[in-house]
Each structure stands twice: as structure tokens, then as C-alpha cells.
Design a protein around this ligand. Structure first.
Ligand SMILES: Nc1ncnc2c1ncn2[C@@H]1O[C@H](COP(=O)(O)OP(=O)(O)OP(=O)(O)O)[C@@H](O)[C@H]1O
Ligand SMILES: [Mg+2]
Length: 246
């Protein structure tokens, strides 16, 4: 009881002092509110000075960027500039030679891919050809021994408008539908960040336009942070919200 009273007293003293003094580091008026805001402002994904060398070639040279919760972050650049390498370093498929990667404020450099709550939609979708649409989406959840698998898979398939095609194999659906399966398979894992490596490049121009709009809408509806890579073209520059590594 005495400890409790002392704790209340200390808290009240701290609060009284903090309001008139404000934040010592940047002068915000109400430190309590300010601290709360600063916590929310922590990027969901941050790269600081990340470098990656392959034999005789620097693929990444001091890449720094910060992505906040719910953002659709587009990484645009010409072929060979390091887009895929950046995503692979974040996913844990490549180890950086220098620099730090933070996910949700925690350093993840040493973590294995399955220990990072990110999910990747690969350029070629990488679906299992012998598994049905349903089984492809279910696969990652089973590996995590998650609960409510059936409901989660159904919700993800609904989200990408594939309900009714659960029993088909990847060879029995269209290119656009295959991409939706790949999206559902990643979304169902509820990643902190969804990595999309040139997901539209395998589609014909009309489908690409449609999927571009669908991706944006999907990102808004789910609130999941998207980290998207795309080759640079003038037209694309004007269509996606963009941010480049600084
Ligand atoms: N495993 C590897 N071994 C050696 N060099 C590699 C390897 N992976 C990538 N590179 C090189 O690193 C550079 C960046 O490759 P990366 O795949 O990241 O480019 P990109 O921007 O994704 O290109 P694209 O738009 O063509 O997909 C390229 O010069 C590539 O040849
Ligand atoms: Mg690439």
C-alpha cells in the first residue's frame, strides 16, 4: 500500500513538472502526449545504411529508408539498380554486408526469413503447381499451425475475389487470378509489411492497369503496409504514390 501511494505521488509530481517543462529534446508542450505520438511515429520498416556486395559488384550502397504503418511505398528504378536485392534483404533471403534493418522498431538483421513477420509476392508468383488455389493459400498458415485456418483462407479468397475457384490448380486459372492467389497467400499471414517484387510485370497491359487499381484498393481495405518494387517508366511514375531510398 505504501509503495502504491509513493508511486502515485511520484507520477503526479512527474506529470506536474512535465507539462510546464515540455519535451527536453524538441520543445513540444505536453511531454506525455508527445511521447505517445513519438511511439506511434516509429516506422514499421526502416533501413539504415544497408549495403550488399556480390562478387565484383555493389548491388546496394548505403540504402536508407523509412516506411510507416499503412503506407503504400513504391521503390522505382531501372533494371539492375537493386530493387529485388532490397526486398530480399528485408525478407531475410540475403544478408546485408553493412547497415541495419528494423521491423516494428526491433533490429532484425540476424533473424531467419520465417522469424520476420513479412511476406513476399514474387515476380513469378511461385505458386505450388500441384496444390489447389485453396491449398496454396492455406500452406503458410498450416506451417505456422495457426487457428481458424478455414475462415482465414475463405476471407482472403473473398478479398481477392477468388471465391468459387478454390479447387482449381494454378494451371487452370488465368495469369491475373494466379497473381491474386499469390496475394491472398501473403495477405492471409497478416504480415507487418507485404513485399511485392514487380508483381505486375508478368501481366498484359490491360490486366496490369486493372490490378494496379485493385492493389491500391486492397491496401486501403486491409491497412497492411505495402513495399512495392517496379521498373521505372514515365507513365508508372505518375500512377503510384512514390518514395525513393534516400
Ligand atoms: N545472387 C546474385 N549474385 C550476383 N549478382 C547478383 C545477384 N543478385 C543480384 N545481383 C546483381 O545485383 C544487381 C541488382 O540486382 P537486382 O536483382 O536487385 O536488380 P533489380 O533492380 O531488381 O532489377 P530488375 O528490375 O531487372 O529486376 C544486378 O547487377 C544483379 O546482376
Ligand atoms: Mg528485380
Amino acid at each position: 500500500m505504501v509503495v502504491f501511494i509513493i508511486a502515485i505521488y511520484v507520477y503526479r509530481m512527474w506529470y506536474r513538472l512535465s507539462v510546464p517543462l515540455g519535451c527536453m529534446s524538441c520543445g513540444a508542450a505536453r511531454m506525455r502526449y508527445h511521447l505517445h505520438k513519438r511511439i506511434q511515429m516509429t516506422p514499421v520498416l526502416e533501413l539504415r545504411g544497408v549495403s550488399k556486395r556480390f562478387p565484383g559488384h555493389a548491388a546496394l550502397d548505403g540504402v536508407s529508408l523509412a516506411i510507416h504503418q499503412g503506407e503504400f511505398f513504391s521503390l522505382l528504378g531501372p533494371s539492375g539498380c537493386g530493387k529485388t536485392t532490397t526486398l530480399r534483404v528485408v525478407a531475410g533471403f540475403e544478408q546485408p554486408d553493412a547497415g541495419e534493418i528494423f521491423l516494428g522498431g526491433a533490429l532484425i538483421n540476424g533473424l531467419r526469413p520465417y522469424q520476420r513477420n513479412v511476406s513476399t509476392v514474387f515476380q513469378n508468383y511461385a505458386l505450388f503447381p500441384h496444390l489447389t488455389v485453396y491449398e496454396n493459400v492455406e500452406f503458410g498458415l498450416r506451417r505456422r499451425s495457426s487457428t481458424g485456418i478455414r475462415e482465414k483462407v475463405r476471407a482472403a479468397l473473398d478479398l481477392v475475389q477468388l471465391a468459387g475457384k478454390e479447387t482449381r490448380l494454378p494451371s487452370q486459372i488465368s495469369g491475373g487470378e494466379r497473381q491474386r492467389v499469390a496475394l491472398a497467400r501473403s495477405l492471409v499471414l497478416e504480415p507487418d509489411v507485404l513485399l511485392l517484387d514487380e508483381p505486375l510485370s508478368a501481366l498484359d497491359p490491360a490486366l496490369r492497369k486493372q490490378m494496379r487499381a485493385e492493389l491500391k484498393s486492397l491496401q486501403r481495405r486491409t491497412g497492411i503496409t505495402f513495399f512495392f518494387s517496379s521498373p521505372t517508366t514515365r507513365r508508372k511514375r505518375s500512377r503510384f504514390p512514390t518514395a525513393s531510398p534516400s
